[in-house]
Design a protein around this ligand. Structure first.
Ligand code: C5P
Length: 246
């Protein structure tokens, strides 16, 4: 397996294709050209036929992250994961419930599909967990699920930039940590409440950043993506000076 330190710089930026049609997504990929190599297909685009883009992206040398946050009975998760693996996707999200993680691991087999677990949705707070019947708070549940993720052989975690540093300390250097909620300095935060700049998120221990609107809604998306990649490079530099190279 490639070490995280061998990750090409450009592959650390994942652009979220949060658009409503496959045509809009193709146009965005064409606009971004060689500035972006990794794309995320979420529910909106997937339900508009966007899973077909996985093979298109792969055949043009790009990478694809399928963000469908799977959670169902084990048999269904296993079989669904196998289908996503057959498409050639690089990353797939699942919810961090032990039964779901075990099943997805079986479905992924040795396909090369890497599983990323969502511990607790970042839109949830302690009150939401209490309302849903949990007896613990968000921090405790994130830590518990992060530890289980590692034990069950899941490849990585999706988490908020604020959680990266403490979770990196808990799970060690080999788990992939992927974070949305990233905003270049001076940009609009939109509905994201807890944001961090690309350089700081990488310096805190993230491996990949998921960025949507700061690229897709920029006046010049290509330059916006290139500027984020440059910020990622400076974050890697800070990380190596802090003696924890990513
Ligand atoms: O436009 P923006 O940069 O906020 O997009 C972030 C992307 O990451 C969106 O596709 C969003 O669904 C996803 N995401 C998130 N927060 C999470 C999990 C996923 O923003 N906790």
């Amino acid at each position: 397996m490639t070490s995280l330190q061998d990750l090409p710089l450009r592959d650390r930026l994942i652009v979220a294709l949060d658009v409503e049609s496959v045509e809009d997504a193709r146009a965005l990929v064409a606009t971004l050209g060689d500035a972006v190599s990794f794309y995320k297909i979420g529910m909106e685009l997937a339900f508009a036929g966007g899973l077909a883009l996985v093979q298109e992206l792969k055949s043009s040398g790009r990478k694809a992250f399928v963000d469908l946050k799977l959670h169902d009975i084990g048999q269904t998760v296993e079989r669904a994961t196998r289908q996503i693996a057959k498409l050639g996707a690089d990353f797939l999200t699942i919810h961090a419930f032990p039964q779901t993680m075990r099943a997805a691991r079986l479905g992924a087999g040795d396909s090369g599909l890497r599983l990323l677990a969502v511990t607790v949705m970042t839109s949830y707070d302690d009150e939401d967990l209490a309302e849903a019947g949990y007896a613990c708070g968000v921090r405790e549940l994130v830590a518990r699920r992060a530890a289980q993720t590692k034990d069950l052989g899941v490849d990585g975690l999706i988490l908020s930039p604020q959680e990266v540093e403490s979770i990196r300390a808990l799970v060690g250097p080999s788990m992939l940590l992927v974070t949305p909620g990233v905003r270049p300095a001076g940009s609009e935060t939109g509905d994201q409440k807890r944001v961090m700049t690309p350089a700081l998120a990488i310096a805190a221990g993230a491996d990949h950043l998921v960025v949507g609107r700061p690229v897709t809604r920029a006046a010049d998306p290509r330059s916006a993506a290139q500027a984020i990649v440059a910020e990622i490079a400076s974050g890697l530099d800070i990380a190596s000076r802090l003696n924890h190279p990513r």
